[in-house]
Each structure stands twice: as C-alpha cells, then as structure tokens.
Design a protein around this ligand. Sequence first.
Ligand code: 5GP
Ligand code: MN
Ligand code: MN
Length: 329
Amino acid sequence: DYKEQLTEAARFIHQNDNFLIVSHVNPDGDTISSSLALAHLLKDLGKSFHLVNQDEIPKRFQFLPLADQIQIMTHMSEKFSAIISVDVADRSRMGAIDSLMYDHTKILNIDHHPTNDHFGDVNLVLPTAAATAEVMYDLAHQLQVHFHRDLATCIYTGLLTDTGGFRYANTSAKVMRIAAELLEYGVSPSKIAEITLETITPGHIQILKIALSKLEIIEDGKIAWTFLEKKDLPAKTLHDETEGIVNYCRNIEGVEVGVFFKETDDQVIKVSLRSKNIIDVGAIAKSFGGGGHARAAGYTFHGSLEEAKSILRHKITKDEGWNHLGNEF
Ligand code: 5GP
Ligand code: MN
Ligand code: MN
C-alpha cells in the first residue's frame, strides 16, 4: 500500500547517492516542479543529484528554484546507479535515457498516473493524487525534511498546473489543504499563477489563431477537435507552445471530448485528449500505446492525420460511456 511505498521510497533515497532525477519528455509544470521539489529534498538530506530532461524546459518554468540546473539529456555523458523518475507513467516517457544507465541501475518511480505500469525497482505511485507534486509533499513528510519557501514553491506550482489552477476534477480537499499550508512558507500564489497560467507568448497567439480557424465540431456537438500541421508551426516549437489548445475544444458547451492533433513529423501525430464527464480518455489513449488520466491523456499516432481522425472517432463513439452521454447529472 501507499504507506509501505513511502517507506520503501525513503529507504531507496537513504541507501543511495548521486541520483539522476528524470522528468518526462515534453515537460509540463508538474514534472518540472516535482523534480525540483525532489532536488530540494535531496539537497537538504545532503545527497548529490543531477537533473535531466530530454527536451528544453519551457521559459515559464525557469523561475522555479534550481530550474537552472536541469540539463538536456544529450549533453550528458556520465552514467548513474540510481535514477528517480518523476511524473513518468512508463519508461518511454523518460526519453533516450539508456546511455545514462548501467545494467545494474535501479529506478525509483514516483508518479500519479493511473496508467503507470510500475516499471521501477521501487514504485511510489498514488493514482488518486492530483499531481506528482502531491506525492512529493507526502514524501517530504516521510523524509522529515523541513519545509521552506523554495520547496513549497515547487510543490505549489505542480499542484497549481496539474489542476489547471485548482479547477479540474482532480482538485481535492487534500490539494487545497496542502496548498494553504504551502502559502504559510511564503509562496506567492498570484505571482506563480501569473507566470505559469496567465502569461501567453506572441508565438502562442499566432499558433492559436490557426488552430481555432480549423476547429471542427462533430458527432452532434459531442466531439470538438482541431489540428496543426508541420507547416503551421515554426521550426522547434516546444510542446509547451501548443498546450492549452485542446481546452478550447473541450470547453465548448455540450462537448464531451476535445482533441488536438499535432503533426510533429511526417506520418507522426501527437494526439491530446480531454473529456468532461464520462469518456475515459486515459483508457482510449492507452489503447493507442499512450496513457494519462481519465480526463486528460495523450498518445502518438503513426500514420496520416486523416487516419488518426477516423480511427479515433470510431474508438470514441464505440466507447461504453458514449451511449450514456447527456445523462451525467
Ligand atoms: P498532453 O495532452 O498535455 O500532452 O497530456 C495530457 C496527459 O496525458 C498528461 O498527464 C500526460 O502525462 C499524458 N500523456 C500525454 N501523452 C502521453 C503519451 O504518449 N504516453 C503516456 N503514457 N502519457 C501521455
Ligand atoms: Mn505531466
Ligand atoms: Mn502530473
């Protein structure tokens, strides 16, 4: 159970040193914040660590304390005996990590995705947690670390971003209690919300204009989707620049499932799924080799955009929940 997992995770941390902390590809607020919260915990315990991500860290998360220490995977050559993955649902979400590992390398897997496949040697996975940051809060208590503003800022930012500003269905009483406590350590909620949720870049607006002009509503208004092709996107567009587009689809009145298709390469489509009440998009994404949560999930499709659309449309409308739409209240 979770208590035992916390004990095992704490033991893993006490028994090892020189950790490699890995956050997931196309990093979001939770994976970055949680990996930095963990870095603060290790630092306070006198342990050494390196932070790594396969991709670039979005600018809006660079204010987080220790964010400047996150290295890009391909720039590293050292190998590590102990890895801690953070907000990573399956091994592939760490990216091209193999060259940083020995055969004997042990992994501690800290996460909150219901689709997590427990790939770690030690697994600390709480599917009911709103964010991996919530698990970090519990781990901090387990390790009896003293809270301070930097640690609190990291945990708070993970909670804030993964709950969409304390609005999504994962916003629980526990989340609100933790968030309130973190404010006592000097966290600035208005500043963090402004930086991570409110501020949008001119580049994002350009992309959003194109995405909204292509938005389609289908299946009697129950599905809304849009797409961006490679030619619509400037070279080297970070995943972060297209985040949130899928919400415009989902938020339309009457829509149950919002979808955003992004062509990232020839015949490679990154699919983002969101649902409102009934359809378990995590299960749908998993059936395509991806994963996520019941209300937010994703996968990568190999084929054309038209194929991606028709196969997904079929899958959603054959979902068990589809016939129950309209009866959710
Ligand atoms: P997004 O649509 O923002 O990329 O992802 C939404 C959620 O689905 C996140 O919780 C993310 O971790 C998960 N997710 C997105 N793409 C994938 C994927 O390819 N594999 C897995 N396992 N999870 C994904
Ligand atoms: Mn994440
Ligand atoms: Mn998360």
